[in-house]
Design a protein around this ligand. Sequence first.
Ligand code: UGA
Length: 463
Amino acid sequence: MNDVISIVGTGYVGLTTAAVLANAGYKTYTIDIDENKINTIKSGKSYFYEPGLDGFVDRAVSLGNLIPTTSYLESIPNSNIVFICVGTPSNDDGSVNLKYIFESISSVIDNAKSDLVLVQKSTVPVETAKKIEKLIKEKNRTDIKIDVISAPEFLRESSAVFDTLFFDRLVVGSRNEESANKIIEIYKNVDNFSKIVNYEKFIDYAFNNVSKKYLENLLPFEKRIIRTEVESAELLKVTANSFLAMKISFANTIARICDATGAKSKEVMDGIGMDPRIGRAFLYPGLGFSGGCFPKDVAGMINTANEYDVDFGMLEEVVKVNTSQINIAINKLKKLIGENLEGKIISVLGLSFKPGTSDVRKSQSIYLIKRLIKLGATVKAFDPKAIDEAKHDFVHQNLNYTTSIESACDRSDCIIIATEWKEFIDFDYNSISTIINQKNILDCRNCLNALSLKNNNFNYLGF
Ligand code: UGA
């Protein structure tokens, strides 16, 4: 493996990709402008919680394959392949802020000493590669060739390492055959590594969720490669996330009809999910989608549609439904404890946008907490991993972050399950009967055993 890789950006995509490539044998620089983050990685750890990642980072750093740095000058001149994995946050109008993309690529171009394949992995609007190519031209580096490839990332937080090792597809949007082949070769080596990796050695609980069936059904490497136009690769990434978000809002709307009638959403979704044209995934009603990807990518897609004069009102509805899931939760809560929330103690279990991560970006749980406080309630909140990040995001005198389920539920008028952590699913709610004020549970993720709770005299409402 003579290729030397630099990966710019140490977030979920950048650091996971860097750690896996370094474990697969590549000399890999992981670059970030934030010195604190780089120092944490140098000590063999990730600075965010992602199951199994620490083991990979630690091993790669001690082998000397993973080199964390803040310096483009140290890394880029030695590299022939550069992955761009920087953040692309939303602007206030929903458009995508490409500041970090252009700043980082500018530094890459300025520091390059020989030909480069520039692999764009950050999620960006269609035609961003054309703007990058324009920037390369403007920099007038006639001494070297820099080829831009769009290879979007599909990993999910909470199973990032697994998804990187056992990727379901590799999309390579390229204008140059040779550069495309280079990237495919790198992923072939990741695939080879995935077959020999003794993942239990580095990975604790990520692999509890591994579906054996998924691995059995994984297509051979060649069949997972999708070669496309650069623009198709860019567009298909945001299309995938928009479509998944649409499925969730669709399910949430059907669930509202279920609530108003005698229908049960699980039965309806199981019934339609049997149709392979529909599929069962992403039809779980609940508090709605959040996180660093879906809200941003849906907004970005609406913005792109507007820019090209395409009416995508359908996607605007998806956002509307998702936002109003908070109202649905409040109405359900009022059914349990009455209209007036003033002075009530509400226990919110779960702060991260989904289980298995400490990420609270755009978390519906935190939006719900803000609304509860506005309505006069006092909130006690607990999360197994996300307390620190939540404290960073939102603090209020009527919000207590607690250190256990029990302390969050002390004198509670209603327990709300906002994120379906295993800890909350396995918990024996009967054991806290004597410390709560009222036996009410609002299960915003339909993850508890409703029948057993009802049998134990809990008033239970799901979605
Ligand atoms: C998502 C995509 O699933 C990844 O393929 C993609 O690579 C990633 O965004 C990205 O663009 O970086 P992620 O944000 O980690 O991954 O989370 P998901 O597991 O997709 O869940 C997103 C949200 O939808 C969560 O808040 C989850 O609770 C919610 N959800 C999901 C539902 O409310 N119902 C469902 O049926 C499924």
